[in-house]
Design a protein. Structure first.
Length: 273
């Protein structure tokens, strides 16, 4: 099946972001994409000062538009993420819609991006956001898909649990920055893909050098052998990749790590489903 990642140029005008995202989703569908992902924080500039201003409920205005376009195009749409408001708290949330427009799952970013690299970047999502506390997978006629958002990709346990639960594709909408992007963006994706023998896809916003937080871009698809199948530059674009599940099955047969794990010695367990 064909996967498409939309590397959207995000502006400060929410309605424009949503309208452009939907038109790019339509374009991806005309190119045969069956699963389409938007980037992290696609309807809002990325930053703690923006989250409260742009936050909305789910379902709400932005996700309603995603539901409509998923149904119109008859695709699975991974809605990147938006700042979500619920019961007075804010979350960084991904909503996924099926080909009939139904909300299939909602995933709230589990690991908040609180980092301090002296002289480079300091950022604290936890100033305004609350962390999610559950895993999210959804089934398609092609395969089961597991969701993470950006910083979640650094936590190998999340990907391991998704692999244990039968996922063959992991999708991480993410907005790495100019410090961590060149260092770790591709490395982490390839690591997660090889460790778990899964396809890994990351959807980033396009780069805007004038933004207060500059995204790395380079939305990517990696196969279970760790090869980069498709990769964007920094501009607004759509990345396509044909996902071959026979290739995944062959790799798992040739190097049968799941059968060879020493569960008598170690284990990664899910404490809350």
């Amino acid at each position: 099946f064909r996967l498409a990642l939309i590397q959207l140029q995000v502006s400060s005008i929410k309605s424009d972001n949503v309208t452009r995202a939907c038109s790019l989703v339509r374009e991806a569908a005309t190119q045969g994409a069956k699963i389409v992902s938007l980037p992290e924080c696609f309807n809002s500039p990325y930053g703690t000062k923006y989250f409260p201003e742009y936050a909305e409920k789910i379902p709400g205005e932005s996700t309603q538009k995603l539901s409509e376009v998923a149904k119109e195009c008859s695709i699975y749409l991974i809605g990147g993420s938006i700042p979500e408001e619920d019961a007075g708290k804010l979350y960084n949330t991904c909503a996924v819609f099926g080909p009939d427009g139904t909300l299939l799952v909602k995933y709230r970013k589990i690991h908040l991006f609180d980092i301090d690299v002296p002289g480079k970047i300091t950022f604290q999502e936890s100033k305004t956001l609350s962390p999610g506390d559950s895993f999210s997978t959804f089934d398609t006629p092609y395969c089961r898909v597991g969701l993470g958002i950006c910083y979640d990709i650094r936590f190998a346990e999340l990907a391991q649990i998704y692999a244990q639960r039968g996922c063959q594709l992991l999708v991480y909408p993410g907005a790495f920055n100019l410090t961590t992007g060149p260092a770790h963006w591709e490395l982490l994706q390839r690591g997660r893909a090889v460790d778990n023998q899964v396809y890994v896809a990351t959807a980033s916003p396009a780069r805007d050098d004038k933004a207060s937080y500059v995204a790395w871009g380079h939305s990517t698809v990696v196969n279970p052998w760790g090869e980069v199948l498709a990769k964007a530059g920094t501009e607004e674009t759509i990345v396509y990749s044909d996902i071959d599940l026979k290739k995944l099955a062959e790799i798992r047969q040739q190097i049968p790590i799941f059968r060879q794990k020493r569960s008598d010695l170690y284990g990664v367990e899910m404490k809350k489903s």
